[in-house]
Design a protein around this ligand. Structure first.
Ligand SMILES: [Fe+2]
Length: 185
């Protein structure tokens, strides 16, 4: 199965589940996030990263339910690793860093923390809580630091049941182009 077909199956099957206590499904959340990135003029790679950022949830039995039950399923890491089969670091690295970005933003921006949904605040506590100063400095040295922060803000904004939600097919050309550019199959 091609990368696109595998992603489409995950979005249609596991992605149709509830998204960790939010009012949208996991697929709707990711599709809304990808659209927000596109509307804000993000690069193709960052749009793809945002669209696929929670793919690690869809690839695990329980689809995030274990996270809500108090176990960190490391979905950022497992999702990024899976995506390296098809995409370069400009896609996979912001995915890998998107949970760390939440921990970082909570450390540097009290307003961001106060805007987190109840579910997101709960998962933060499971994922290590706010970063400390040493962790934050190390995070700022990551190559895809800025992209990870941008992804995170679209992530938080993409939980609105009334917001426009595109079809995955609308991103197909973009994903195929990035897959070809990466030289991975
Ligand atoms: Fe997310």
């Amino acid at each position: 199965m091609s990368c696109l077909d595998e992603i489409a199956v995950l979005f249609a099957r596991e992605g149709a589940r509830d998204y960790l206590g939010e009012l949208v499904t996991q697929s709707e959340h990711m599709l809304q996030a990808g659209l927000l990135a596109q509307h804000d003029g993000a690069s193709d790679a960052l749009v793809a990263a945002t669209l696929l950022h929670d793919i690690g949830h869809l690839r695990r039995e329980g689809s995030g339910l274990e996270l809500m039950a108090g176990t960190d399923n490391s979905h950022a890491k497992t999702g990024a690793e899976w995506l390296t089969t098809w995409f370069g670091p400009d896609v996979t690295e912001p995915v890998r860093l998107h949970v760390a970005a939440k921990r970082y933003l909570c450390h540097v921006d009290a307003a961001y923390f106060s805007r987190l949904s109840e579910a997101s605040r709960y998962t933060l506590s499971i994922q290590g809580g706010l970063m400390n100063e040493v962790e934050a400095e190390a995070f700022e040295g990551e190559d895809y630091f800025e992209d990870a922060l941008a992804l995170r803000r679209w992530d938080e904004a993409a939980k609105d049941p009334a917001a426009p939600t595109p079809e995955l097919g609308e991103f197909r050309d973009l994903l195929e182009r990035l897959n070809r550019l990466s030289g991975r199959s």
